[in-house]
Each structure stands twice: as C-alpha cells, then as structure tokens.
Design a protein around this ligand. Structure first.
Ligand code: ADP
Ligand code: MG
Length: 251
C-alpha cells in the first residue's frame, strides 16, 4: 500500500546493541495507531530511527512514507516530506524564539522564492496557541528553554498543528501532563485527525487512549510488535499488565 507509513522488518541498533528486532507496522493515511509497551521495549528508539537520529544504525528493513524511502532522506527532508515526531523528551533550543522557529520551519516548506505571509502566520499561530491554552508569552521565549514538562508537551503539539504533517509520531506525549493538560493536548490532536493524515501514538498508559481513541493498538515487546488489536486491547493491557503478553509469548 502506498498511502501509508510502512515499516517492514526494521532492525536497528545503538552502540552495537540491537534494539529493534524485526518490527513491522503499517499506518494507513486517515488512521490512528497506538503502540503500547513496557519501558525499554524500544518505543522511543523506533520514533528516533524514523526521525533520522544519528545515534541509531538501521541494519535491516525498510520504511516508506507514501511509497518514498524515508530512511534514504536527511532529517530535514523527512520533515519536508511530511514526517513529524513529537519527542518524549523535547529538546531546548536556546537563542531561538518559538515564533522564529515555527516561522523558519514553515518557510522551509514553501517553494523557492516564495515568502511567508507574516500577518497570516501570526494570526494562525495565535489561534492554535489559544486552542492549546498557551499563553502568548511563549512566542517570544526560546524553544522549550525553561519550559515545564507539560509546557514542552503542549509546545510539541503546537509544532504539530503548525507543520500539518502527513504522518505524526507522538512519543509519550501524555507523560508529565496532568488530566486537564492531557485533555487539551488530546483535543489538539483530535482536531488534526483527517483522512489525509496518519498518527502513531506511543504511550505507556491506556489513559491517553480514552481521549485519543485509536483505530488500531499494537503491543511492542523487546523490539517487535507482538500483538495487534482494536482499542479494547489497550483496556485489556491496563487490566492485566504487560506480564500477560510476555507470558502468552513464552507459552
Ligand atoms: P522505550 O521508549 O520503550 O522505553 P527505548 O527505545 O527508550 O525504550 O529504549 C530501548 C532500549 O534501548 C533500552 O534498553 C535503552 O537502554 C536502550 N537505548 C536506547 N537508546 C540508547 C542509547 N542512545 N544508548 C544506549 N542504549 C540505548
Ligand atoms: Mg520511550
């Protein structure tokens, strides 16, 4: 299928240790897939490999974005091709204001010679910040610098809303959020759901999936997808814990 983010038999290692051990997963456009899994199963490794993080070596397998070879692209090309990652631990970028960062990212998506319309850009950014209940003072502050955990997560979702990617991976966007912030973030994500966009929502806890209801739930263990089901699988995991999946695998 070409209208998808397609991951086939992906193997990746860090410092010579294999973390992803043949992971296969396909997110068609228009769907929200969730990955749940115990800590250390390789969820963030997957996210960072997709984004092109230099510490990780892909040793086998393929990833295509609407048929294009994602792994062959540089980091900025991946972004311009429509890939987006909201980090579990967002980076701070001292000296670069949030507004300038978003503006540069938007400018980079325009054809050569075309200039961003500053008035329309600010209007749109403020609207989206209002939706996320973010104070306007965050436009002038350096990206993520000194932000609380929850403010960083909201800022990741603001980037998502401004960049309008084709495929978005959210790595534990719920961690560090209280219930009110979680609801606001989920509302932002749900507003972005569209037939033209796919989501891969990584989470350790089922709670997020009460608010961002997934079409498909995958369970990841030890670098692979070991179980796939519908949203009820998340509830089952919450109830029975991850040991249940491990025991089932061992049997
Ligand atoms: P998860 O997000 O599911 O909790 P991670 O992908 O963060 O899992 O980690 C999977 C495994 O890979 C862990 O054992 C972790 O210690 C290891 N790992 C991840 N990144 C690195 C790194 N940069 N250097 C060494 N080990 C790493
Ligand atoms: Mg992680």
């Amino acid at each position: 299928m070409s209208d998808s983010l397609s991951i086939q038999n992906l193997h990746a290692s860090v410092d010579g240790t294999e973390i992803l051990k043949g992971l296969t997963l396909e997110v068609p456009k228009g769907q929200v897939h969730a990955i749940m899994g115990p800590n250390g199963s390789g969820k963030s490794t997957l996210a960072k490999v997709l984004a092109g993080h230099e510490d990780y070596a892909v040793t086998a397998g393929s990833v295509t974005l609407d048929g294009a070879d994602l792994l062959a692209m540089e980091i900025d090309e991946r972004s311009r091709a429509g890939f987006f990652l909201a980090f579990q631990y967002p980076h701070e970028i001292p000296g670069v204001s949030n507004a300038n960062f978003l503006r540069a990212a938007r400018q980079a998506r325009l054809p050569e010679g075309e200039e961003i319309d500053a008035v329309a850009f600010y209007r749109e950014m403020y609207e989206k910040m209002d939706a996320l209940e973010m104070d306007r003072k965050f436009t002038a502050r350096s990206v993520n610098e000194g932000f609380s955990g929850g403010e960083k997560k909201r800022n990741e979702i603001l980037q998502l809303m401004m960049l309008e990617p084709k495929y978005a991976v959210l790595d534990e966007t719920d961690s560090g959020l209280d219930i009110d912030a979680l609801k606001i973030v989920a509302k932002g994500v749900n507003a972005m759901r569209s037939p033209d966009r796919g989501f891969l929502v990584i989470t350790h806890y089922q709670r997020l999936l009460d608010y961002i209801v997934p079409d498909v739930v995958h369970v990841m263990c030890d670098g692979r997808i070991v179980k796939t089901g519908d949203k009820d699988l998340a509830l089952e995991l919450e109830e029975k814990g991850y040991d249940w999946v491990r025991e089932e695998l061992a049997a």
